[in-house]
Design a protein around this ligand. Structure first.
Ligand code: FDA
Length: 307
């Protein structure tokens, strides 16, 4: 019931200003965000990389001017140089939102985002790691998959994300599996209309299983991004059924969510990757996490009244 208003708040400038500048903000976000800059986040990243793989997100989205998009490219190239310098690049890749690279700019947004993403891919290649393109709301899906295909011509290791709540996703999985792409499968975190998305949780879960089966049986590298214990069990069975070993797919979870389960899966020999966000533009990301789980909302409200 609260998911829709919370997701609307995630995109409201007024709510953003209220919460982002609140004095308790940094204490509030520390469960889900590793730090407000790279220096703050590095200890957490190094600790996680001991037993898990990591994908790092320099927070930012919905950029409306080319200068801010350029700042994002600079942040990622510096991050990749640092991963190279510290030897972390072997276990740490990066996740990038195309809307932070200028995808929505009114003039030539898609071309600018592609050019910016290419520069990040080149820096990742130099550092010896990979890039995954996060997926945003459904109005960007075609453009994001198109940019992903173009990038793969030069950087075949670039990963795409698909969302099982979208009705189109099973077919996208078939296409990506045929292309042999790295594919992160998640349920989807935005508020989407029934015309394009399943609105019922059971339908989203059933779609998740169909998509996972397509990815496991094809030549994709599946990245199973969910905290859902049932889906984790089903995908493990699908991997066995498809003749995949533990090296042939990976699990992914978010920083701050089900840490014990992450460690358990890693200790059992699974490739387990944690999505770690850092940076100052944490508002949209944080609100989507609150929308996902009522218990997180209670934690958020408690923080408001006890400070
Ligand atoms: P679901 O929400 O049904 O939760 C299952 C169980 O997991 C819950 O009962 C609870 O125990 C636990 N749980 C889930 N979320 C929690 C939370 N926030 N706090 C505490 N416990 C929680 N989305 C998108 O649209 N584009 C993208 O690019 C990505 N990228 C991405 C990367 C990775 C690594 C992950 C794990 C997720 C994403 N997502 C995403 C988010 C995804 O679409 C989805 O919103 C969340 O993962 C929550 O869905 P679950 O599959 O975990 O199931």
């Amino acid at each position: 019931m609260l998911r829709r208003p919370l997701l609307a708040a995630a995109r409201s400038t007024r709510c953003r200003q209220l919460i982002e500048h609140a004095p308790f903000a940094s204490a509030l976000i520390e469960r889900f965000v590793a730090g407000q800059n790279l220096a703050e986040a590095l200890p957490a990243i190094s600790a996680l990389a001991q037993d898990r793989l990591v994908t790092l997100d320099h927070l930012g989205e919905d950029v409306t001017d080319a200068e801010t998009a350029e700042d994002t490219v600079q942040a990622y190239t510096q991050l990749l140089a640092e991963l190279d310098r510290t030897g972390l690049a072997e276990r740490v890749e990066v996740s990038v939102k195309l809307s932070a690279l200028g995808q929505a700019l009114p003039q030539d947004g898609e071309r600018i985002a592609l050019a910016n993403a290419r520069r990040i891919c080149a820096a990742a290649q130099d550092a010896g790691t990979t890039v995954t393109l996060d997926m945003e709301d459904h109005t960007t899906t075609d453009s994001t998959l198109d940019i992903h295909a173009k990038l793969r011509a030069d950087y075949p290791w670039v990963g795409a994300v698909v969302q099982s709540y979208l009705r189109r996703t099973e077919q996208d999985c078939r296409d990506l599996a045929a292309a042999g792409a790295r594919v992160r499968l998640c349920k989807g975190a935005y508020d989407e209309p029934a015309s394009v998305a399943y609105r019922n949780q059971q339908d989203v879960d059933r779609s998740y299983v169909r998509c996972a089966r397509v990815l496991m049986q094809g030549s994709a590298y599946p990245m199973i991004a969910t905290h859902d214990p049932r889906l984790i069990g089903i995908t493990q069975a699908l991997a066995v059924e498809s003749g995949r070993g533990l090296e042939d797919f990976e699990f992914q979870m978010l920083y701050g969510v089900r840490d014990t389960e992450q460690r358990r899966l890693a200790a059992a020999g699974n490739r387990m990757r944690v999505y770690v966000p850092y940076g100052q533009e944490w508002y949209g990301y944080y609100m989507r996490r609150i929308a996902e789980r009522p218990a997180n909302l209670a934690f958020f409200l408690r923080s408001l009244v006890t400070r």
